[in-house]
Design a protein around this ligand. Structure first.
Ligand SMILES: Cc1cc2nc3c(=O)[nH]c(=O)nc-3n(C[C@H](O)[C@H](O)[C@H](O)COP(=O)(O)O)c2cc1C
Length: 222
């Protein structure tokens, strides 16, 4: 696949086929992704690949917590507590586009909550990836991990797979660590749903917008 097509054609996918993804295919995705750059070639990313009963159990536990009013405590603050403009509007527009695609009205709190809960089972993708970085490392390693995650998303497309990066899967890090037998030293960055997309699903058929290059770029001496 052409690199520009791989980048432009990626979109967060929130409905998947039941078709399993073979371990060999996941390994091939990670084999490509591991060539991400990192400061001093430290390669700080660590990945847990989760499927089957364990994936279901983790999702059930998160859903149960969410329904009980426990909104979890991620290892770090991903979203700003108050987004100033233009970020606030961008986020609002993105949320509305998702709910519009699903026919969920703005006032339909239950409908929105039901859609949100789908996060916890990775939108029923057959596989979830969880990304960790050691507690001892600093912010630079988290940047490196982000580059690795983007590589995973792009490499997946080379195997007809699609993904959804998910901060929601990092809301209950202790649940994930406990299920995977990991210590508190492993900080959970985010999760990622991975699978073959249900291409016709309405939720997979809207596209988010982007600011034009001139809006975020200043040119100096070019
Ligand atoms: C680190 C990260 C975390 C995200 N967390 C979630 C999430 O928990 N649930 C979700 O539905 N989408 C999540 N998204 C997807 C974003 O909403 C999406 O990337 C954005 O709206 C742009 O749309 P696109 O990915 O289709 O281009 C996340 C994206 C990133 C990069």
């Amino acid at each position: 696949m052409d690199i520009i097509e791989a980048i432009r054609g990626r979109a967060s996918t929130r409905a998947f086929l039941d078709t399993p993804v073979s371990r060999e295919t996941i390994e091939a995705v990670l084999e490509a992704a591991r060539w991400a750059p990192s400061g001093g070639n430290t390669q700080p990313w660590q990945v847990a690949v989760v499927a089957g009963d364990l994936k279901q159990q983790i999702g059930d536990r998160m859903t149960e917590a969410f329904r009980s009013g426990d909104h979890g405590k991620a290892d770090y603050q991903y979203y700003a507590r108050r987004f100033p403009e233009p970020y606030r509007t961008r986020r609002f527009v993105c949320g509305m586009a998702l709910y519009d695609a699903l026919g969920i009205e703005r006032a339909d709190k239950e409908g929105r909550a039901a859609q949100w809960e789908k996060n916890y089972h990775g939108f029923d993708a057959p596989v979830e990836l969880y990304f960790f970085v050691d507690k001892t490392l600093e912010q630079g390693s988290w940047v490196d991990c982000g580059m690795f995650i983007q590589n995973v998303m792009l490499a997946a497309r080379g195997f007809d797979l699609e993904t959804c990066p998910q901060a929601a899967l990092a809301e209950y890090p202790d649940t994930v660590r406990e299920a995977l037998g990991l210590s508190q030293e492993k900080k959970l960055i985010c999760g990622l749903a991975l699978g073959y997309p249900e291409r016709e699903a309405p939720v997979n058929n809207y596209r988010t917008e982007r600011a034009e290059v001139e809006e975020f770029t200043k040119w100096f001496g070019v």
